[in-house]
Design a protein around this ligand. Structure first.
Ligand code: PEP
Ligand code: MN
Length: 353
């Protein structure tokens, strides 16, 4: 349920309500708006006497959250969640573009692509160190070596790093290097991993499972949010359908649907959702036109030689063209692409973001 405080409620009154929520065995999650505070009181479904909250000082009203996903819902937090990632606003006015190779393959590959995507206008760098591959004989990622290379690219370009976490035991290492932990489609319902990234309090990019409904995606996000980790970014990456002309089917509907159901930022990954570089730019345009807060795009300096997902990776010059086109689409829907990340000689970011 939501305990909606009066606009005049004092800090002490809010604290008192939180204490009583907790004494009932419920977790209290505060949503502090411009005008008033809403306290989400979340339990495990066992009945609670709602009446005990009605008359507490500072309480305006108590209303149930009708959705099964509570903290992720727009009911709990009507305004868009905007959070700051190393100077970049995620979920705000600006479209954020995260780009880079599917896998980190070697230092020169990553440094080349990192420079290229920054110059083209990306705000963050992606690159897999631990790869979830269908075959155990396929390239599995360079592990910690990849993380060291990503750290070097971050230093050189100022771009924050997004990389996938596949197992709980990788978390302590990954949070030393990554600005955002990606949960891949195959792990969207790995509930122990969701609990663990929630506890880590590190920003999370949660990709939709390939056969997950929008509601299941939001329930997965709820696991992370329930640990008080508010920095969750959702990503539509295509779902499995009967269609075989593309790797997956981009569920473009999911973007406005998610934007109406949740306050969390929503990205589109047009690379995995199509599976062919030829379609990536068109679908990226569609995603931004449909209201996505950003894009996750695979870019490789030599796609034909890529260790993974070469067929859906853009060459740097094609990625630059994608960004140019996205600027136009963003403008048409009243938004803009976040400014280019500038670097000074010490590899430190400054200025424009
Ligand atoms: C990836 O981003 O490279 C990836 C493996 O994506 P997904 O989990 O969406 O398949
Ligand atoms: Mn990939």
């Amino acid at each position: 349920m939501m305990i909606i405080m009066r606009t005049t409620a004092t800090r002490n009154q809010i604290d008192e309500v939180v204490k009583i929520v907790q004494a009932n065995g419920l977790r209290a999650h505060l949503s502090t708006g411009e005008e008033r505070t809403i306290i989400g009181a979340i339990g495990d479904g066992r009945p609670v006497q709602k009446e005990q909250f009605f008359h507490l000082p500072g309480v305006d009203r108590v209303v149930p959250i009708s959705r099964p996903y509570k903290l992720a819902s727009r009911e709990f937090s009507p305004a868009n969640s905007i959070f700051n990632l190393d100077g970049i606003q995620i979920g705000g006015e600006n479209i954020v573009i995260i780009a880079g190779p599917c896998s980190v393959e070697c230092r020169s590959q990553l440094m080349e692509v990192a420079e290229a995507v920054r110059e083209a206008g990306a705000q963050a760098l992606r690159g897999g160190a631990y790869k979830p591959r269908t075959s155990p004989y396929s390239f599995q990622g360079l592990g910690e070596t990849a993380l060291e290379i990503l750290a070097e690219a971050r230093q050189a370009t100022g771009l924050p790093i997004v990389t996938e976490v596949m197992a709980i035991e990788q978390i302590p290492l990954l949070i030393r290097y990554a600005d955002v932990l990606q949960i891949g489609a195959r792990n969207m319902q790995n509930y122990s991993l969701l609990h663990a990234v929630g506890e880590s309090q590190h920003p999370v990019l949660l990709k939709r499972g390939m056969s997950a409904t929008v509601e299941e995606l939001l329930m997965a996000a709820e696991y992370i949010l329930s640990h008080g980790n508010r920095r969750v970014i959702l990503c539509e990456r295509g779902i499995r359908t009967f269609e075989t002309a593309t790797r997956n089917t981009t569920d473009i509907n999911a973007i406005p649907v998610l934007k109406s159901m949740t306050h969390l930022p929503v990205l589109l990954d047009p690379s995995h959702s199509t599976g062919y570089w030829e379609y990536v730019t068109a679908i990226a345009r569609a995603g931004v036109a449909a209201g996505a807060d950003g894009l996750l795009v695979e870019v490789h300096p030599d796609p034909a030689a890529a260790y993974s997902d070469g067929g859906q990776s853009l060459k740097p010059e094609r990625f630059a063209e994608l960004v140019r086109q996205i600027r136009g689409v963003a403008q048409a829907v009243g938004r803009s692409v976040a400014p280019v990340v500038k670097v000074n000689n010490n590899g430190q970011t400054h200025g424009s973001r």
